[in-house]
Design a protein around this ligand. Sequence first.
Ligand code: UCC
Ligand code: FAD
Length: 582
Amino acid sequence: WEASSFLPFSRARIGSFFQETPVLKNPFLEDALLRGYLRRHLPQGAVLSDLCAFGERVAIEVDKWGRECEVNPPRLVHFDPWGRRVDHIVTSPAWKRMKDLSAQEGLVAIGYERSFGEWSRVYQMSKLYIFSPSAGLYTCPLAMTDGAAKVIQSIGVSWPVDEAFSRLTTRQSERFWTSGQWMTERQGGSDVATGTETVAVSQTDGSYKLHGFKWFTSATDADMTLTLARVQDRTGATTPGSRGLSLFYAEVSRDEDGRLKGIEVQRLKDKLGTRQVPTAELLLDGLPAHRISEEGRGVPCIANMLTITRIHNSISAAAAMRRVVQLARDYATRRTAFGKLLRDHPLHMQTLARMEVETHGAFLLSMDVCRLLGQEESGVATQLDTHLLRLLTPVVKLYTGKQAVAVVSEGLESFGGQGYIEDTGLPGLLRDAQVLSIWEGTTNVLSLDVLRCVARTSGMVLHAYFTHVKSLLAGVSSVSTLAPAVKAVDGALSQLQMFVQEAATREPGYLDLAARDLAYSLARIYAGALLIDHACWKEASASDTYAALRWCEQDLCPVVTKQARGCYDPSTPPLDSALVYD
Ligand code: UCC
Ligand code: FAD
C-alpha cells in the first residue's frame, strides 16, 4: 500500500498534468483591428465605452448562456397532457435571457435610433460582432428582426405594421418582438419564384388567410413573420413565377385554448449545427395575414430584408473567425509540445497568422458594407455608394461565409485533438459556421445574383466598384512598403476590367460559368484595397501593413486565371458533367 502511493497512476490518481483551458477574454479589448477601425471612423467615447463594457459582459456572463443554448436545445411539445394540440416550442432559459439582453443592449434598436448618424450601423454591427460567437445563435432571430424592421421602414411605418415596427426596434425587453422570415418551401429555397405554393385567400375585411407549407422557418418562437404567398383571384387561380408573389405580415399568436392561430408546427429540423435555434416545418392552415407589398411585388419588397440578413451573416462569419483565432492564440500561450509553447513554433504561428490575415479581410469587407448601409440610411450616400452596397452585399456574404468555414476548421486543428471534443465548445463553432454559406442564399445563387444586378444596372454597379477601388489606392505613395500590395491590386483590377469587357462579347452562359470566380475576384480585390487603405491610416500598426501585403500575395483575380485555362469555354459543361457522372 505504501509503495503504491508513489505511483503516478493508480485507481485514485490519473496523472498530475492537466492542460489549461483556452480563456475567452473581453472580445473588444482583444481585437486590435476592431478598436483601430473604430478609433479611425467612430472614435466617440460613448461608443467605445459601451463596446468595452459589453465585451466584458460577453466574456464573463453571456458566453455561458450561449453554451447553455447549445447543450439545452429547443424541443417541440405537440400535445398538452390532455391531448390538445398545442405545438409549444420549449426553449431554454438562456435563450430567453438572450432576447431580453438583445433588447436592453439595443442590438437591433441602435440601427434605427441612428444616434451616430451614418456610422450607427457600424456601431450596431460592432456590437453584434462582439456578441455573435457567444450568442447561442440568437443573432439569427436578431438578423431577421432587423430585416423585418427595414422592410417595414421602406414601405412606411403605418397600420397594420406600426406597432410591430415599434416592438422590433425597442430597447424595452417586455415589449421587444422578434420576427421570422418564411420564404423557403419544399420545391425551392433558392428558386423562390417557382417554389412558392402558399396561397393567400382574401377576406372581406381586406386581410388574408394563408394556406401553404413552409419548409424551413428559423427561430420559430418569433412573435411575427414576413412571408411570401400568391394571392388567389375569385376563381382560385394564381399567377405563377415571381410576378405572382406578394409579401405578407403575420403575427404568431394563440387562441384562448393555447393553440397557434392558423399554424401547425409539423416538426423541428434535426440539424448539423445551429441547434440552439428552433427551425421548424410549418403548415399554414388559414394563418391570418396582411399583404404589405403591392400584388406581385413580394420579392423586390423582401429584398430589403435579404440585404440586412446577408450583412448580419457576413458580420457573424467575420466574428466566428475572430473568435477561433482569439482562442487559438490564447491556447498557444498555454500548450507545450516538443519542449516549447506552441507560440514559439514558427510553423504554428504561420498557421495562425494566415488565419488572422483572412480575419482581417473578412472584417474589413463586412464593416465596409455596414458603412455603406449606414450612409444610405442616413441619406448621405452618393449614387456610387448605393451601387456599391447593392453589388457588395451578396459578394461579401458569399465570400465571408466560405472563409469562415475554412478558418474555423483550421482553428479547430490548432487545439489538436481537443478541437474535436464536443464539450470544449469548439466543434459547435464549425457546425455553426457551415450554415453561413447555405442560408440567406447559397454561394452559387448569390454569385448569379451579382451577375443579375450588374445586368440590371447596365454595369453601373461595376463602374462604381472600379472607381472606388481606384480611389482607395490613389493615396498610397509609390515608395511605401505597401507598394507590392498596391501593384498587385492595381494589376488584378485591370485584369478584371478586361475580363468584364471581353466576357460581355461571349456566348450566352459564359458569364454564368464564371459567376463564382468573378464574385471571388470582386471580394479579394476589394478586400485588398480596404486592407491597403486601412494600413495607410496614420495610426495603423506594422501588423496592418503586414496583413495587407500577405493578403495581396494570393491570386486576387481567379476569374482571369481560370479563364486563361479555358474553364468557361463552351466545351467545359459537358466535360464537367461527364466527370461528375463518370
Ligand atoms: O435562409 C433564411 C433565413 C435563415 C436565418 C437567418 C440568418 C441570418 C444571418 C444570421 C447570422 C448568424 S431565409 C431564406 C433566404 N432565401 C434566400 O436568400 C433566397 C435565395 N434566392 C435568391 O436570392 C434569388 O435570387 C431570388 C429569390 C431573389 C430570385 O427571385 P426572382 O423573383 O426569381 O428574381 P429576380 O427576377 O432576380 O428578382 C425580382 C425582383 C427584381 O426587381 P424588379 O422586378 O424591380 O426588376 C430584382 O431587382 O427583385 C429584385 N431583387 C433584388 N433587389 C432580387 N434580389 C434582390 C436583391 N438581393 N436586392 C435587391
Ligand atoms: P436548392 O435551391 O435546392 O439548392 C441546392 C444546390 O443547388 C445548392 O448548392 C445551390 O447553390 C445550387 N443551385 C441552385 N440553383 C442554382 C443555379 N441556378 N445555378 C447553380 N447552382 C444552383 N429559409 C427560410 O425561408 N426561412 C428560414 O428561417 C430558414 N432557416 C434555415 C435554417 C437552416 C439551418 C437552414 C439550413 C436553412 C434555412 N432556410 C430558411 C432555408 C435556406 O434559405 C435554403 O435552404 C437555401 O436558400 C437553399 O435553398 P434549398 O435548400 O432549396 O437549396
